[in-house]
Design a protein around this ligand. Structure first.
Ligand code: SAM
Length: 407
């Protein structure tokens, strides 16, 4: 597909080039942040599977340069406008009201400048990928495999130069506020295999996160929604107070990709991160899962339901009717798909679609103006895995052997 045709079919690919992002993935992180305030009070971050580096660019621009995007940029503009009006018309008690967001986090009074509007002090960002990442100002980049145990001391050393690897300690002495992972294997097209490899990347990312996250920290990672994804949610609930599955608008609806957003890291008592033991809990995992499931809401008619934001319990109606609310939104009856075997262990993470509805639809094609000039990508891949294949094909005379005159 040519650049121009791709511009038409993929609005986020075009926008990324226009706005200077190395990849369209930048919009996924921005839309996740818009919904979950990911960067609030955050100064230390680890970005896993980061090449070519658009998520790291977002971190650099938000945390180091103090830039704002999307809703928070709009709120900032509004705040400035209100401030100007305030200066002209004098005091208005309504202007400083707090606006709660859907997930219970309060946005600071719009009249005040929030910390996020300024570059933050003591920012530390470490980005890791198998592929080289072209340098980004203020960001430490490492070329490493996140599934390899040797990457843990490498990361700990990057986070804290005083770290002594001979101690074999696998816990960061200066932990981080946020770990993000956009890891994806080279997709083979064999669905189950791709989902399996993706899940291995996710567990490696989670293991690293458990080594470096501070209590209260957040973890965001790409998942492919496969058959046994519920088990993963339940496992994550052992470590985090809130676990959501989010689908940003810039992620194609047609793809199985989604992101888990885990808020408020609460390591279980006695927990010690270690790569030698799965999820750092070793043989205690089944026991911890069981204990945790006992406290999770069960998705079954007649049972209780929990409000994820307030923590309050409501009883599940005997038969939930399909209701059309005044705003035209349908409340659909949820069909119980649990069997006797799974009944007590199913837990469904709340699914959150994020990104403004007026934002571009990543599955739609858009007509471009006649004078549209297609830009080159900001950062072509430095060492893509397919590079060798292209070189070999060229050496063999190209796809149709045109260059050697053979065939
Ligand atoms: C979708 S890209 C990440 C895009 C990136 N978030 C950005 O915004 O530019 C997925 C990345 O995962 C990396 N990756 C896959 N397996 C990995 C592994 N085992 N260790 C480190 N990185 C890995 C790939 O090299 C690739 O760069």
């Amino acid at each position: 597909m040519g650049k121009s045709s791709k511009d038409k079919r993929d609005a986020y690919y075009r926008l990324a080039k226009e706005q200077g992002w190395r990849a369209r993935s930048a919009f996924k992180l921005l839309q996740l942040d818009e919904e979950f305030n990911l960067f609030e009070n955050v100064t230390r971050v680890v970005d896993l599977c980061a090449a070519p580096g658009s998520w790291s660019q977002v971190l650099s621009r938000v945390l180091i340069k103090g830039e704002k995007f999307g809703k928070s940029a709009w709120q900032d503009k509004e705040a400035k406008l209100r401030q100007q009006m305030f200066n002209v018309f004098g005091s208005d008690p309504d202007l400083g009201s707090v606006q709660p967001t859907e997930h219970g986090q309060d946005v600071a009074p719009v009249r005040e400048e929030t910390n996020a509007s300024k570059p933050r002090g003591d920012v530390k960002i470490v980005s890791i990928d198998l592929q080289p990442i072209s340098p980004l100002p203020g960001i430490i980049t490492l070329r490493a495999d996140i599934t390899h145990p040797a990457t843990v001391p490498l990361l700990l050393k990057a986070l804290d130069p005083d770290y002594d690897s001979s101690t074999m300690n696998q816990q960061a002495s200066h932990p981080v506020d946020l770990v993000i992972s956009d890891g994806a294997p080279d997709v083979t097209g064999l669905h189950d295999l791709d989902i399996y490899v993706q899940s291995q990347l996710l567990f490696a990312a989670l293991n690293l996160a458990l080594c470096v996250l501070k209590p209260g920290g957040k973890f965001v990672a790409k998942i492919f929604r496969g058959r046994n994804v519920d088990l993963l949610y339940a496992q994550l609930k052992i470590f985090f107070e809130k676990v959501y599955v989010a689908k940003p608008r810039s992620s194609r609806a047609s793809s199985v990709e989604a992101f888990i957003v885990c808020i408020n890291f609460q390591p279980p008592a006695g927990f010690q991160a270690s790569l030698e033991e799965p999820l750092g809990v070793g043989s205690r995992l089944p026991e911890m899962l069981q204990a945790n499931q006992a406290s999770l809401p069960i998705m079954a008619p007649g049972g209780p339901m929990q409000n994820w934001d307030t923590g309050a319990w409501n009883s599940w109606p005997e038969k939930a009717p399909n209701v059309v609310a005044a705003d035209g939104i349908y409340d659909l009856e949820v069909q119980d798909l649990t069997t006797d075997d799974t009944k007590d262990i199913r837990w469904v993470a709340p699914f959150v679609a994020c990104g403004d509805l007026s934002a571009f639809d990543s599955d739609a094609s858009y007509k471009l103006p006649d004078d549209h000039v297609s830009l080159d990508p900001v950062q072509p891949p430095t060492a893509p895995p397919y590079k060798r294949a292209i070189e070999l094909r060229r050496a063999n005379g190209g796809a149709y052997k045109k260059t050697t005159g053979q065939g």
